[in-house]
Design a protein around this ligand. Structure first.
Ligand code: PMP
Length: 371
């Protein structure tokens, strides 16, 4: 009988709740406004001839590289950041190697690492989900071949300073260190320049990932970027399919990059609404963690499932994160456009008192965290 590899047989399937997503979707950190009208117009203009051809990644890769201020040899377009993670795991992990992650974090690091037969070493986040830099450094060993950090992190929204990440990369030269900047636009800080900007000081083992699934509103097209030093990107390229990014995504990417005004407008809305939502959560007496991304993690407590259900009954989908390490009773709320956030806030004002969720906690902790 045909059997999957032993690493695959023990893997738990990651099943995000994708069925029946009818309503206001605040559960996957997508854009609630959608992509730029210029992108949509380009998509509508595609013809049969373009679709008949195998997609040509290189010319668009050049544009993406120039957008990031990098050389094309330093950039690979990918089928979303998911594929970038997968490629890094295939390129650098042998069975028995270790992949180091701080938890809670994005699930795919662990899944793709385990699929290669690597063991995942989890380091718990500090108080209020602070990045556990020294604990993580203490766990680096000669077997550590991958370290993945989402910055800002999902599902907590916490961010870590770039120089901490550069220090980690320098302390683990035998490991591929991925800085996943999927939520970069909502945060505004990147390690691209310090890591790759200057040839003389480039960090050989560092990689940065970006996505068009969030601020650009293109999650359905599946397009992302992996950046690294040219010598290492050549290794990653060996594993990638030459046709990993589809023709429609490649055709619209230059429009998406060109319409920065649209992205800036949406990001400004989200940042403003993030502050408003956090203020509202505080007024409602709920514990939340200040976020640097397009979502806010809030502690609901034992009624987390009821809370998610009550919002679903009102046409709003949010994500229960109760089973993530350290996230007992927590729910993640995506932040979107003004109109959509008003709908969420109106529903919260109704549901929170209805379920008796107020903790009455109002005091601000010294570091600005409400907990
Ligand atoms: N990284 C992080 C931290 C994410 O939260 C997500 C999406 N939830 C991804 C990567 C996946 O991005 P993409 O859609 O580009 O595959």
């Amino acid at each position: 009988m045909l059997e999957a590899r032993s690493a695959i047989r023990i893997l738990h399937a990651y099943k995000p709740p994708l069925a029946d997503r009818i309503g206001l979707r605040l559960d996957f950190n997508e854009s609630t406004a959608g992509c730029s009208p210029r992108v949509l117009a380009r998509l509508r203009s595609l013809d049969a001839e373009l679709l008949a051809r195998y997609p040509e990644r290189e010319p668009v890769e050049k544009e993406a590289a120039s957008f990031l201020g990098l050389d094309p040899s330093q950039v690979l377009l990918t089928n979303g950041v998911d594929e970038a993670i997968h490629l890094l795991c295939s390129t650098y992990l042998d069975p028995g190697d270790e992949a180091l992650i701080a938890v809670p974090t994005f699930a795919m690091y662990s899944i793709f690492a385990q699929a290669e037969g690597a063991s995942v070493v989890e380091v718990a986040a500090g108080d209020n989900f602070a990045f556990p830099a020294s604990d993580l450094l203490a766990r680096v060993s000669s077997r550590t071949r991958l370290i993945a950090v989402a910055n800002p992190n999902n599902p907590t929204g916490a961010a870590v300073a770039g120089d901490v990440l550069l220090r980690i990369a320098q302390a683990a030269p035998q490991a591929a260190v991925l800085v996943d900047e999927a939520y970069f636009e909502f945060h505004g800080e990147t390690v691209i320049d310090p890591a790759f900007g200057d040839c003389a000081t480039q960090i050989e083992n560092l990689f940065v990932a970006r996505t068009f699934s969030k601020a650009y509103g293109l999650a359905g097209l599946r397009i992302g970027i992996l950046a690294g030093v040219a010598r290492q990107m050549a290794n990653v390229r060996r594993v990638a399919s030459p046709y990993n990014v589809n023709a429609a995504a490649l055709a619209v990417l230059p429009e998406a990059l060109a319409d920065q005004e649209y992205v800036r407008g949406y990001v400004a809305q989200v940042r403003n609404n993030r502050e408003n939502l956090q203020r509202e959560l505080g007024c409602l007496g709920l514990h939340y963690w200040p976020s640097h991304a397009n979502f806010v993690l809030v502690r609901i407590g034992p009624a987390h499932a009821e809370f998610v259900r009550a919002l679903r009954d009102r046409g709003i989908l949010v994500r229960d994160r109760h089973t993530d390490p350290g996230c007992e009773g927590c729910v993640r709320l995506t932040v979107g456009s003004d109109a959509h956030m008003q709908i969420l806030i109106d529903a919260l004002r109704e549901v929170v008192p209805l379920l008796g969720l107020q903790t009455g906690w109002r005091s601000e902790l010294p570091n600005g965290v409400r907990s």
